[in-house]
Design a protein around this ligand. Structure first.
Ligand SMILES: [Zn+2]
Length: 151
């Protein structure tokens, strides 16, 4: 059982996949650093060799954490006026804090790749944001980025 408030900051949450409460997770025993916690779909865990698999343990979230986690969402959308505002309105309506936004237009096909970092408390909020973003007519795809770029 993972004990999130046992004093160790972040309890060894892996930076590569940035798990947040509610995500399916896997514990991985690291030399000297205890257990590092990855998302179950993290490529770093999935690509482990057989001997690595023996170092994987089951962990679970203790519910009721009072902590914010930063997640990054990658959105591919039409590159036109007003779309970014529509995207930003979604987390705002849910009262989620947007910590950074980065839009990269792809001139060749008139789309834009938008990376948005949000402060959330659990995976359910991320799912909700992503579902709402997908409903926007100018949005082509929405995915959760594997790592976090900020801080
Ligand atoms: Zn990972």
């Amino acid at each position: 059982m993972l004990q999130p408030d046992s004093g160790r900051p972040d309890h060894g949450l892996a930076k590569c996949c940035n798990p947040i409460p509610g995500d399916p997770i896997t514990g991985y025993i690291t030399r000297g650093r205890g257990v590092s916690v990855h998302r179950a779909d993290c490529p770093n865990v999935l690509q482990g060799s057989d001997s690595d698999l023996s170092r994987m343990i089951e962990v679970s979230w203790d519910i009721g954490l009072d902590k914010d986690y930063t997640v990054e969402i990658e959105i591919i959308c039409n590159d036109k006026v007003g779309v970014l505002q529509e995207l930003l309105a979604v987390p705002s309506e849910m009262k989620l804090n947007i910590s950074s936004v980065n839009a990269n237009p792809n001139r060749s096909n008139k789309t834009s790749t938008v990376r948005m970092s949000l402060s959330v408390q659990n995976a359910a909020q991320v799912q909700q944001v992503m579902t709402k973003l997908r409903r926007l007519k100018d949005v082509f795809s929405v995915a959760r980025a594997m790592g976090s770029t900020g801080n």
